[in-house]
Design a protein around this ligand. Structure first.
Ligand code: CMC
Length: 373
């Protein structure tokens, strides 16, 4: 047997092939740069692109929208479960549970063929925002707002959450963030989904596991921590002192650094102007000023640059969305990427089963219980 190559955290390891996206020379989805996608396309078009491989024409988009809009509903037992969960249940945990429950009710749950997986993916794309908004309103004791069939993914989510139509600028900003969050090749949650379905498990199991992986603050959970950090820093007056002392305490500044992008994340640059625009509208520019100061210190002291979560956390805060909703919003975008990878994995499957480098005791014999000291 050849000596296995070991890279802690699998850094730099090519773990599989993919045609869904690449982070080489800027992030692109199926060949299209994310900058152009945010400029010319809605998230709904991008979700179609990721799932079906090509951008839709007008008729394909209209049919896709009709299918997704028709699936914007939840089984009644799931609504009952939301009411039964402890009040303290985090929205992302409720979403993880919801996706697992939705698997029980999906008519094609056990069919993992290519076409059935795409149909299930479209249903999950439709149901995830409904589940986030419904759980949020149930916890608040507010009546659940039924989905609108005429609105796109971003607009319908804000409508279900707030019970009124959002301003076009809010819809556009959220839509851009969803496009940027939609896909990111072999990130931790997508890899988790691919590992799960490589055993010939099903899509709902893969997505449930992916949401669990997304939760952690080194991955999707970082966008919630970003606002915690800015609130702890307290504003522009104190930001420099705060970040320098946090670094001195060896704390991680969430929203900075990336396993792959060492010179900056193109997505952060794209979303920054939307975070700024939303802050101007909301009159909360002080968080943008504090963010600029922290960015300057992180570049000078750590040679470290913002990732997408840095502007996303600020954008959602300026839009007056509650902090525990930020990672679920990430999930309602990334479902497109997760499902595209699940389909790709199963189209050409091989069980993902790496090796561990053993560091335990040398081989030894069992001492029977009666003779153990
Ligand atoms: N703030 C301060 N120090 C940092 C940070 C940070 N954000 N990130 C890494 N470091 C330090 C780390 O402490 C370590 O220092 P030392 O060598 O002295 O122990 C060194 O940099 C290398 O850290 P690492 O964890 O080995 O590096 P990595 O390439 O595995 O890290 C990362 C990638 C994203 C986990 C890390 O940069 C991090 O924890 N960032 C904060 C969390 C975050 O923003 N996550 C979102 C990632 S992008 C969007 C997404 O996928 O959700």
């Amino acid at each position: 047997m050849t000596t296995p190559v070991y890279s802690p955290g699998l850094e730099g390891v090519i773990a599989g092939e993919t045609a869904v996206s690449t982070v080489e020379s800027g992030l692109n989805y199926r060949g299209y740069g994310v900058g152009e996608l945010t400029e010319y396309c809605s998230f709904d078009e991008v979700a179609y692109l990721l799932l079906h491989g090509e951008l839709p024409n007008a008729a394909q988009l209209q049919q896709f929208h009709a299918r997704v809009a028709a699936a914007r509903q939840l089984p009644a037992p799931l609504m009952g479960l939301f009411a039964a969960l402890p009040q303290s249940t985090l929205p992302l945990d409720a979403l993880r549970t919801a996706v697992s429950v939705l698997g029980h009710f999906d008519p094609e749950a056990a069919d993992s063929s290519h076409d059935a997986n795409l149909r299930k993916a479209e249903r999950l794309l439709a149901q995830i925002p409904v589940a986030i908004a419904a759980h949020h309103r149930v916890v608040k004791g507010q009546p659940v707002v039924p989905a609108r069939q005429d609105l796109g993914h971003a607009a319908n989510f804000l409508y279900m959450l707030r019970g009124s139509e959002a301003a076009p600028a809010d819809v556009k900003a959220l839509d851009v963030s969803l496009t940027l969050y939609a896909e990111h090749e072999y990130n931790a949650s997508t890899f988790a989904a691919r590992v799960i379905v490589s055993t010939l498990s099903d899509l709902h199991s893969g997505v449930t596991g992916a949401i669990g992986a997304l939760k952690g603050p080194l991955h999707g959970g970082a966008n919630e921590k970003v606002m915690d950090i800015l609130l702890a820093a307290g504003g522009p007056e104190n930001a420099e002192v705060w970040v320098r002392s946090a670094l001195a305490r060896k704390e991680r500044i969430m929203g900075f650094g990336h396993r792959v992008y060492k010179a900056g994340d193109v997505r952060a640059g794209i979303l920054k102007k939307y975070a700024r625009g939303a802050a101007d509208t909301a009159g909360t520019q002080k968080w943008e000023e504090a963010a600029d100061i922290i960015e300057r210190v992180m570049a000078a002291e750590k040679n470290m640059y913002p990732n997408l979560d840095w502007p996303a956390g600020r954008l959602y805060h300026a839009m007056k969305l509650e902090i525990p909703l930020y990672t679920p919003i990430f999930a309602m975008a990334r479902i497109a990427g997760w499902a595209a990878h699940v389909v790709e994995q199963l189209d050409n499957n091989r069980l993902i089963r790496p090796r561990g480098l053993y560091k335990g005791p040398a081989a030894r014999n069992v001492v029977p219980l009666a003779r153990r000291s």
